[in-house]
Each structure stands twice: as structure tokens, then as C-alpha cells.
Design a protein. Structure first.
Lengths: 154, 93
């Protein structure tokens, strides 16, 4: 109750009213454009459809605007998806990779300088050593395969 | 104090320039969609400018700028920056 009164005091309901009118107006403009394209050679039909559109938007606006939003997502959904997947997601993931790489570089510099490591850094160092040993073992086995090595006596 | 006044002045001028651009963008959009009728263009553009530039300028500016950013491909350019940075620093991905 307090929230509703506060919202009224700050004019939130007036803003929502104004914005809903603006959304109806934008939907009207878009749909008028498409009706004009559809009925360009038949003006009476265009006029009739405009009247029906005006009636529906005035008295059944939530349904029409919801349907319009669905159509808008169908039309622009691909563009939105491309922007989000190839744009924002790449930027965020790239930023995280850069942060991780710089953290690793700073850690390696610290190891090379011989500074004392805390418990977490010692664990990271142990993991790094284990990974390097695994990689070395893999490279050695690949070299054996290439030089026609002995596979357990066969 | 003079510097602070200058910052306020230029900030205000920048904000008015943004609002003028938003109004121009809304008029252009109306002309694009309703070009077959000049009267409709002026009525729709007038209403949009009244509500989105005069009554609720922040919402109008935010909405128009967001739409321009989304439809203009700026987000796709943003996705390229981390790769360019890693390339310039010589990191291997």
C-alpha cells in the first residue's frame, strides 16, 4: 500500500500511462506502414483496415501490442541474437580470458622471481607442475609412436 | 568554481544536443514509416517528440540510443576488442 502511494507521489503511474500511449502510437505507426504496403493498390481496403486497427489498438491494446511484440521478436530476433552472441558474449568472455591470462602471467613472474608463495599460490604451482609433466609425458609418447616404438612387446 | 560552472554548461549543451538528435531521429523514423501522408508524419512525430523528448527526455534518449546501439552493429564491434587486445599483446588463445 505504501509502495503504491509512493509510486503515485513520484508520478510513476503517469509515466507508465504516457509510455503505454507511446508504445501504442509506435505500434500504430508500424502497422499503418505495413497495411499501406499491403493495400497500396486498394485505398478503400486500406482505410477500412486502418479503422479496424485504430479500434483494436484503442480498446484491446494489451492483446495487439503483445502480438506486435511477438512479431517484432520474430523479425528482429535474429539480429538481437547475433548482437548478443557475437557481440556482448564475446566481449564478456574475452574480458574474462584476458583477466585470467594476466593473472597467470603475474603468477609466473612471481614464481620466476623466487618470491614466497602463499598456500593458494603453492597449490596453483603444484597444479602447473603436474600439467607440465602430463604434457611432457604425452609429447614423449607421441615421439615414440612416430619413431615406431615398442608397444608393450607387440 | 569557474571550471565547475564550465563543466555544468558544457554538460547542459551536450544534453540539449542529444535531445535535438533524438527529436530528429524520431521525426526521421515517422517519415520513413508514414511517408505516404505528410499530415500523419507531423502528427505522429509531434506526439513522439512531445512524450519522449519534452515530457520524459531520459526515457526517450535511453530508448533511442539503445535501439541505435543494438541495430547499428556496435555490439558486434565490441566483441572484437578482446581478440584484438590479445593479438596485440602476443597472447596465444
Amino acid at each position: 500500500m505504501v509502495v503504491l502511494v509512493a509510486a503515485d507521489v513520484f508520478g510513476l503511474f503517469d509515466t507508465i500511462n504516457d509510455l503505454s500511449f507511446v508504445i501504442k502510437l509506435i505500434a500504430f505507426a508500424y502497422l499503418t506502414f505495413y497495411l499501406y504496403i499491403t493495400f497500396a493498390e486498394n485505398m478503400p481496403l486500406f482505410g477500412l483496415s486502418e479503422i479496424i486497427l485504430g479500434y483494436l489498438l484503442m480498446f484491446h491494446a494489451p492483446v495487439i501490442v503483445s502480438l506486435g511484440l511477438i512479431v517484432l521478436f520474430v523479425m528482429f530476433g535474429g539480429m538481437l541474437q547475433m548482437n548478443l552472441q557475437m557481440g556482448l558474449e564475446q566481449a564478456v568472455r574475452g574480458g574474462q580470458q584476458i583477466q585470467e591470462m594476466e593473472r597467470q602471467e603475474a603468477f609466473q613472474r612471481k614464481v620466476q622471481s623466487g618470491a614466497a608463495l602463499n598456500a593458494q599460490e603453492q597449490q596453483m604451482y603444484a597444479e602447473m607442475q603436474a600439467q607440465q609433466q602430463m604434457q611432457q609425458g604425452y609429447q614423449n609418447s607421441m615421439l615414440q609412436v612416430r619413431s615406431g616404438g615398442n608397444f608393450g612387446g607387440y | 568554481m569557474g571550471l565547475f560552472d564550465d563543466i555544468i554548461l558544457y554538460g547542459n549543451l551536450l544534453w540539449y544536443a542529444v535531445l535535438v538528435y533524438v527529436a530528429y531521429w524520431l521525426y526521421n523514423w515517422s517519415k520513413e514509416k508514414l511517408g505516404f501522408s505528410q499530415v500523419l508524419v507531423f502528427v505522429v512525430a509531434g506526439l513522439l517528440i512531445y512524450f519522449l523528448v519534452i515530457e520524459h527526455p531520459i526515457i526517450g534518449a535511453f530508448g533511442v540510443i539503445t535501439w541505435i546501439i543494438i541495430s547499428g552493429g556496435l555490439l558486434l564491434v565490441l566483441g572484437m576488442f578482446p581478440s584484438l587486445y590479445m593479438l596485440l599483446k602476443g597472447h596465444r588463445q
